[in-house]
Design a protein around this ligand. Structure first.
Ligand code: PLP
Ligand code: COI
Length: 341
C-alpha cells in the first residue's frame, strides 16, 4: 500500500481529513451495524442533545507503524472501557460488545495510507466519539445517538516536541469533586478553553489544575496527567477521583515498576512539594510524555533541576521504553498491542 504524499516530519497536532471515518447510529433502542464513510460532515437537527446540552463523550488513541512494518494500536480495550464509563455517566448507551475495537480496526485499516511510516515521528490519531443526535429541549438525555471515529495524522502535541515546556498554576478549576473530571466528556474541555487561551496569552504552554476543594493538591492539565520524579529516582503520580484515568499514565506506572525497576507512588501530591521534585512530565496519548521545565505559581517560579533544554534522565527512560513498546522495538506486556495489519 502506497502512503500519502505528506511531509510527516512537519505535522503538528492538527486536523487533516483522511479517506474514511466510521459511523454508527443508535435509534429505537439499538445500534445499527456501523459502516465506513467518506462523508466527513454531519447534518443534525438544530435542537440535538449535543448542541443544546453538550451530551458528548470521546476517546483518543493512536495507530503506529512498528519497526517490522505492522500497523498497531495501543491498548484499545482500555479506551473501550473508558468510553463506556464516560457514556454511562452522561446517560448515553453502551456500544455492543466488541464493537469499539472492531470499528477502530476497520477505520485504521481503511486509512492505512495515512498511518505515518516507522521513524517519521508522526502517528495516526484516532478519535472515537459519541453524541446525542435527536432534538431535546427539556433537560434530559437524547433518545438517538451517533458513534463516529475520525482519524488524522499528527505530530507532537507541543510545538517543540521533546523540548521542556513552561506551565502555570491555573486560577480556574477543571473539575468539581464528584463531577465529571474522571470521564472524557466534551464539557470538561469546553470549560478549559478560557483557561488555556489565558495561559497562552500569558506565554505559558499549559495549565496545572489544582483540586478545587482545597487548591493545595496537584490534579492534571487540560489534556494530560502528571508524572514527577524525586531526587532519588522514585516516580510519583497524583491520585485523585476527579482526574482522567490516563491509559498512558497507567501504562507508565507498570513500565516504571516492571521494566525499569523503579519505585512508584500513586498518591495525593501537594503543590508545596512540587519544588522538591527533580523531573516533571505530562503524560497522555497526545502528549506522550512532554517534559515540564518550569512551573509558575503566580510569579513564583519553580524550576525543575532537569532544566529547559532536555528531558530529565528518568523521564527519558520512561519515554524510550513506552515508545519502544508502542513501536515494536521492545517486547510488550501481553495484550497491550493490537495488530491491525
Ligand atoms: N487527562 C486528560 C484531561 C486528557 O484529556 C487526557 C487525554 O486523553 C489524558 C489525561 C491522558 O489520557 P490517555 O493517556 O488515556 O490519553
Ligand atoms: C488525548 O491525548 O488523546 C487527548 O484527548 C487529549 C487532548 C487534549 C488532545
Amino acid at each position: 500500500m502506497e502512503k500519502k504524499n505528506i511531509d510527516w516530519s512537519e505535522l503538528g497536532f492538527a486536523y487533516m481529513e483522511t479517506d474514511y471515518s466510521y459511523v454508527s447510529d443508535f435509534k429505537a433502542g439499538k445500534w445499527d451495524e456501523g459502516v465506513l464513510t467518506k462523508e466527513h460532515n454531519i447534518t443534525i437537527n438544530e435542537c440535538a442533545g449535543v448542541l443544546q446540552y453538550a451530551q458528548t463523550v470521546f476517546e483518543g488513541l493512536k495507530a503506529y507503524t512498528t519497526e517490522d512494518g505492522h500497523i498497531v494500536t495501543f491498548r484499545p480495550d482500555l479506551n473501550d472501557e473508558r468510553l463506556a464509563s464516560s457514556a454511562a455517566r452522561l446517560e448515553m448507551p453502551l456500544l455492543p460488545e466488541g464493537r469499539f475495537v472492531d470499528a477502530v480496526t476497520k477505520v485504521v485499516s481503511a486509512n492505512a495510507a495515512y498511518v505515518p511510516p516507522y521513524g517519521s515521528g508522526a502517528t495516526l490519531y484516532v478519535r472515537p466519539y459519541m453524541f446525542g443526535s435527536n432534538p431535546v429541549i427539556g433537560v434530559k438525555p437524547a433518545d438517538e445517538y451517533q458513534f463516529r471515529i475520525l482519524c488524522t495524522p499528527v505530530g507532537p502535541y507541543f510545538k517543540g516536541g521533546a523540548k521542556p515546556i513552561t506551565i502555570k498554576i491555573s486560577d480556574f478549576d477543571r473539575a468539581a469533586p464528584h463531577g465529571t473530571g474522571n470521564i472524557k466528556a466534551g464539557l470538561n474541555y469546553a470549560m478549559s478553553l478560557h483557561a488555556i487561551v489565558t495561559a497562552h496569552k500569558e506565554g505559558f504552554d499549559e495549565n496545572m489544575y489544582l483540586d478545587p476543594q482545597t487548591r493545595t493538591k496537584v490534579e492534571e492539565t487540560g489534556g494530560a496527567n502528571f508524572l514527577f520524579v524525586t531526587g532519588d529516582g522514585k516516580v510519583v503520580t497524583p491520585k485523585s477521583d476527579s482526574i482522567l484515568p490516563s491509559i498512558t499514565r497507567r501504562s507508565l506506572v507498570y513500565v516504571a515498576r516492571e521494566y525499569l525497576g523503579l519505585e512508584v507512588e500513586e498518591r495525593e501530591v501537594y503543590l508545596d512539594e512540587v519544588k522538591d521534585f527533580a523531573e516533571c512530565g505530562l503524560c497522555g496519548t497526545a502528549a506522550v510524555i512532554s517534559p515540564v521545565g518550569k512551573i509558575v505559581d503566580h510569579g513564583r517560579e519553580i524550576c525543575l533541576p532537569s532544566g529547559m533544554d532536555e528531558m530529565g534522565p528518568v523521564t527519558k527512560k520512561l519515554y524510550d521504553t513506552l515508545t519502544g513498546i508502542q513501536m515494536g522495538r521492545i517486547e510488550a506486556p501481553k495484550g497491550w498491542i493490537h495488530v491491525i495489519e
